[in-house]
Design a protein around this ligand. Sequence first.
Ligand SMILES: Cc1ncc(COP(=O)(O)O)c(C=O)c1O
Length: 384
Amino acid sequence: MKGMQTRLVHGGDPNPRIGGAVVPPIFQSATFEQKEGNDYHDGEYIRLSNTPGHVSLHEKLALVCGTESALVASSGMAAITSTLLALLSEGDGLLAENRLYGGTESFVSGDLQRWGVQVHRFDGTDPQSFQDPPPGTKVLYCEAISNPLCRIPDFQRLTDWAKSHGIVTVIDSTFATPVLFRPVEHGFDLEVHSATKGLNGHGDIAAGLVAGSHEMVEKVRRCLNLLGGHLDAHACFLLYRGLRTLGLRVDRQCQNADGLARFLSDHPRVKQVNHPTLEDHPDFQKCQKYMGGRGGGVLSFEIDGSVEQAQQICVSTKLMANAPSLGGVETLITRPASSSHAGVDREVRIAQGVTDELIRVACGVEDLEDLIEDLDVVLGGQLA
Ligand SMILES: Cc1ncc(COP(=O)(O)O)c(C=O)c1O
C-alpha cells in the first residue's frame, strides 16, 4: 500500500475479513478469552489497548504516519501527558516551544515543574534559539503548526540540532495531520496528536495518538496503561471510520482555508490575515518545504475594529458555529482570547501576537462560496 489514501482506507483491516464484514466490527468487550499457554501479560484487556479494535487501529495509524508503532489514547491530552511522563523524571530538563496548546502549556509550566522537571523555552521559528541546550535537557517538545497564528518551526534544523545533543524530539502534529506532514521523515522521535480533531474529523469523540519507534511507543504504552488512558471500544470504531476519509477532508479544508484567507486579505475591514499559504506569512517558505504548500484548515484574522465587534462577528455567522476545536466537517469560528487562550496571561498572549480582536476560523468541508458569503455578510456585505 503505497498511497496515503489507500493506507487510510485499507490499512489495518483484518485479513481474512471477520464474518465477511467489509467494515471491521466494534469489539465491545472489556476482556477476551485467554489462549492456551499464554500468561497474564499476553491477555487482551481493554485498558491495555490490545483488543482487536485497538490492534487494527494501531496498524492503520502506523502505516499512515510511516512509523514502526502507534498507540491510541482517550484524548490528545492523555497522549501528551503520558508521553512526557514516560520520558521525563525529576531533575530532567524539558525544552518546550514558547507557543503551545493551552492544556499542554498548563501541564508543562505547572505540573511538570511542580514535580521537579526543569522547563526551558525556545522559539522554533528563531534560529538564535538553538544555542547550547541547558544541562540535563532530555526532551524537546514543539508543535507542527501553531494555534492560531499558524507559525511553523524549521523542523529539520531543530531535529538535527537536538540529535547532535542527544535530545529526544516530540512534536504535536494535530494541526498538520499525517496527510500534510510526517514528522519521522524529518527526524522526530515521537509524534502526538489530538485525534479529537482532524484524524477523527466528525467532532463526536475525544481521542489521542502517539506514534514513533517501537521502543519509544512501548515506553509510553506502559505509562498510559497505568494511568488508564485507553480509548474505549466504540471510539476506536469511530476513529477507524473517520480515518478512512482523512485525505479527502484535509484536501478540502486546505482549499477552503486558502480561499477564505485570500478573500479576507482583500477585504477592507480586515487588517491582518494569518495562513501559511499566503506569500506574506513569515513561514510561507517552510509551508512549501515541509507541507507541499498546503497550510492546513485553520486561519486567523484581525479586523479593523473593537473587541466587541470581533466578538459580534463570531456569534453572528450562520454556517460557522461559534465553538472551539478544529478539523471537523463543519467550519467553526472563535476568538482565541476568549477560548483557547483564555487561560494565558494577557501580556504573554499579546506578546505572542494573539490580540483581543483576533478571530480564528477552523475550516470544514462545506463549499467555499458559502463560507465566503457567511463571513462577508457579518463583515458588512462587501459582496452584496
Ligand atoms: C494542538 C492541540 N494539541 C492537543 C490538544 C488536546 O486535545 P484533546 O482535547 O483531544 O485532549 C488540542 C485541543 O484543542 C490541540 O489543539
